[in-house]
Design a protein around this ligand. Structure first.
Ligand code: SME
Length: 174
């Protein structure tokens, strides 16, 4: 059983503890779906005021829904579409204070009011995006963005086989 309950006094400590819990949770496991599933659950359990936390994978230049927590969501998102598509195209985090003011925002859940999407990039290639939604406007601060960028760095290593269909790592990389 894993018990990663994190209670931190401030946001910087929260993300530091979250990053170290994530590293521990993903250590030694090459399967990207298992790692995204556990990462989504850990983030969902740890960060307050979220109504969705999960992943879209880059499958052949299209974003396809990956493991998540929250309500069922749109399955396929084109690069350039919505907040996730903007993160995929620019390879830059997208922090949106009010999703209703974001041109082309894709409303999977009408409860979502603000959103943070961070690309997960390895060797210059997009593997996936981490998407967090909140029912509160301006939920995500610059500190949240920096914290999630750190999570994305950890995930970039753990999800290096995200675009492959095999759950096993190549023999020479285990
Ligand atoms: N709102 C996102 C779509 C994904 S859902 O939030 C889970 C977007 O505009 O890309």
């Amino acid at each position: 059983m894993y018990d990663f309950k994190i209670a931190a006094a401030d946001t910087a400590t929260l993300y530091r503890d979250l990053a170290s819990a994530l590293e521990g949770l993903l250590a030694g496991e090459p399967d990207p779906i298992a790692n995204m599933a556990n990462a989504a659950a850990l983030i969902w359990e740890t960060l307050p005021d979220l109504n969705w936390a999960g992943f879209y994978r880059n499958l052949g230049g299209e974003l396809v829904l990956g493991p998540f927590q929250g309500r069922p969501a749109c399955i396929r998102i084109a690069f350039g579409s919505g907040v996730c598509g903007a993160a995929a195209t620019t390879l830059q985090p997208q922090r949106v204070e009010d999703v209703n003011a974001f041109p082309g925002h894709i409303a999977c859940d009408s409860a979502s009011a603000s959103e943070l999407v961070v690309p997960i990039v390895r060797d210059g290639k997009l593997l996936a995006v981490l998407d967090l939604d909140s029912p509160h406007t301006s939920r995500f601060t610059a500190e949240d963005e920096a914290g999630c960028v750190r999570l994305a760095e950890i995930l970039a290593h753990a999800l290096r086989y995200a675009s492959s269909t095999s759950s096993a790592a190549p023999q020479d990389e285990r």
